[in-house]
Design a protein around this ligand. Sequence first.
Ligand code: TXA
Ligand code: MG
Length: 347
Amino acid sequence: MLTKIIRAADEKGIEAAAKLSAKVIRRGGLVALPTETVYGLGANALDKEAVNKIFAAKGRPQDNPLIVHVSGIEMAKNLLADIPPLAYKLSEKFWPGPLTMIMQKRDVIPDTVSAGLDTIGVRMPKSAAFLRTIEESGVPIAAPSANTSGKPSPTTAQHVYDDLNGKIDLIVDGGSCSVGIESTVVDITGDIPVILRPGAITPSDIASVAGAAEVSQNVLKEAEEGKAPPSPGMKYKHYSPSADVILVQGSDDGFKRFISSIDNNTAVVCFSEDAGRIKHDCFVLGDKHNHAMQAARLFDILREIDKCGYKNAYIRLPDMDGIGLALYNRLIRAASFRVIDCDKVIN
Ligand code: TXA
Ligand code: MG
């Protein structure tokens, strides 16, 4: 299949891209669309056949449900069996934006979308090209991240092209994604909201609206074998470059000392503050305390490591406050839960 690319740089471009995307969506095709988090691979959420094509193009396990993108809470109402009052409050505060809410679904949503669960995640994305595509097509759009399953999520149209050229109909190029990591996923079907995947909207952001918020145990830990995690996505190895990743925690001096002992065939990912202090070539994740900057660069760096042909990578671990929790959640999976303490290794 020929994959077309259309740029959506200004208002005119966005309009043209949305018209074309809507046409493809309506006839059951696949379109990669920019969002503020990562690029999504969209199909008509009400069309089972179209949704099946998403799983095939990504090589995604059939038991991992998709997020349904809507133009607002009004559209979401038609897809949901039960909308808790909290959904209105959270959507008012955080939509359009990087928040996905898990709620009970109605039958109009095919089981393929929810992977057989009786709930779905719904989100209103911020990107104009995506929102206009939903409006033009008149249907909700199911969209997982537009990467090959298991690879780092795509934050540019080039990343999508690298993974899915020839497998999808259209890529809308809306530039780099500003947030850079996937939305916060929160289950609001119970009394207290439970965060299943941390993102740019933090647990304290949710608690500021809901009064309280829990973070699922599985966010930081490896899923236990034989036990179903609360979100199917938690079981899969995610966000991984081909290179073998090990996370490094510890002091600035310990990091400098540790890096001085490793060879040049190993990639190093560090903070801006480290870059001037170490002799090794490095990828700069961002300023030590600027988690938003680190999030925006993370997936691009993971892909660059592979492009440069590195077989191994050491990545300095950011602290866990605020968006740091989301970074930790992605990094710990990219590293298959391997962390070393640079203050304790003896060179
Ligand atoms: O920012 C984002 O959320 C991006 C953009 C495109 O919107 N989408 C995205 O989708 O990251 P995806 O499919 O890569 O990740 C969706 C995650 C998966 O871990 C999945 O298991 C979980 O959300 N999920 C979806 N529906 C669920 C449900 N009903 N119950 C529990 N977890 C669910
Ligand atoms: Mg994904």
